[in-house]
Design a protein around this ligand. Structure first.
Ligand SMILES: Cc1cc2nc3c(=O)[nH]c(=O)nc-3n(C[C@H](O)[C@H](O)[C@H](O)COP(=O)(O)O)c2cc1C
Length: 190
């Protein structure tokens, strides 16, 4: 297994992939791992849908219908496998929908990382019609379900990406509430 911090740091999206793709069984193994993300009350508010072959053509038709175009969109054909990321909101008095979306999104990021670690090329894509009725219907989603987009997945031929990962300025993103400072100051105005 690769060193986790190196894997996460080096992860890059692949906009161009080859026709190779992970099998259904390989995906099952990775999804079983990705499903271990933090999930308030264990609601499992997510599911995934594999689109291969003609299912991608059907998505191209749905995208065109949503856009009012005559010709089907060829965008879904950019990878041999698309994994639709579905939020499945559960009724809960305790866990609001935004927390459930955070879990579904976490599964998507985790699966993307696991696929990358397994040597596959991955890119999370959406587009302006991802929540359109046509695309919803084409995925056979229930009324209350909705998409977070698709992981486009394919082969890399083992080639490294040409783009190095830009460094993340951790000092910028990580601040602290200073000890000894009155952090309750101004509470009376809230
Ligand atoms: C929710 C979500 C939706 C995205 N949708 C698109 C998209 O439709 N088109 C696109 O070019 N990039 C999209 N991206 C960004 C790419 O997946 C990718 O992160 C970006 O190109 C930067 O590359 P990197 O992941 O190698 O840093 C999306 C990312 C997220 C998290």
């Amino acid at each position: 297994m690769s060193n986790l911090i190196d894997l996460v740091t080096a992860r890059r999206s692949r906009s161009k992939v080859t026709d190779a793709s992970p099998s259904h069984d390989e995906l099952l193994r990775l999804v079983a791992a990705a499903g271990h993300v933090a999930d308030h009350s264990g609601l499992a508010p997510w599911r995934l849908v594999e689109l291969r072959g003609n299912a991608r053509v059907d998505l191209g038709h749905a995208l065109a219908a949503a856009a009012g175009d005559d010709k089907p969109s060829s965008k879904p054909l950019r990878a041999p496998l698309l994994i639709a990321l579905v939020v499945v909101p559960q009724q809960s008095a305790k866990v609001p929908v935004w927390e459930q979306e955070a879990t579904a999104s976490g599964v998507a990021h985790m699966l993307s990382l696991l696929l990358t670690d397994a040597g596959w090329g991955v890119m999370w894509r959406t587009g302006s019609h991802v929540r359109s009725p046509e695309v919803h219907h084409m995925h056979r989603l229930e009324q209350h379900e909705y998409l977070l987009g698709w992981l486009y997945v394919g082969g890399t031929d083992g080639a490294h990406t040409t783009r190095p990962a830009a460094p993340v300025d951790a000092d910028h993103f990580l601040t602290s509430l200073a000890e000894g400072q009155d952090n309750t100051e101004g509470n009376e105005r809230i």
